[in-house]
Design a protein around this ligand. Sequence first.
Ligand SMILES: [Fe+2]
Ligand SMILES: [Fe+2]
Length: 201
Amino acid sequence: MLSEIVDVVLKSLYARSASLYNHSMVTGRLAQQLVVAGDLWRDYDPQQAHIAGLLHDAGKLFLPDAILLKSGPLDDTERGVMELHPIWGGQFCQGTVLETFKQVVLQHHEKPDGTGYPLGTREVCFEARIIQVADTLAALMDDRPYRREILHPHFLLRQVRETVEGLFAGEKERKVLHAVRVVLGLAEGKHARPPLSLVTT
Ligand SMILES: [Fe+2]
Ligand SMILES: [Fe+2]
């Protein structure tokens, strides 16, 4: 039942925007890889992380084409509407088999320092923090019309490090940063592995 509903969401994302579908697929894959590579599976089931990544932007299904498909940067008004998508996504999950994912979908743009959106709450669940790291990486890998694709692993690591440091502290921060290095193929020594595939087929 759950996999069928997730499949319907993915098909709907694809129908609205192929790039939104690809972004969701890459975020799901990355979230799962981060949990495994960071040895975080006691905190977050990798399969749950995968599904949460697939669903995290489901609220964007409710955006008008003029905003969702806009090829350039959003203006302030459009950004205000865009920033409602976590609320719509949370409502989408509520009261369905997706209820377990409501909180992570709602909080995936919130920051522990209160500078996130849509609520600006400082309470951000661990799951939403992991999805945020995967989302940031996936967004940097996106080939957007107004920005060249950024795929150099060292550049990606530098960009994502700030996100990780803003979301985690201590042992968790160390584990997530290690996971990012592994996923980007930058880990050394006994943890070194080739970059994990991001093929979404
Ligand atoms: Fe989002
Ligand atoms: Fe996203």
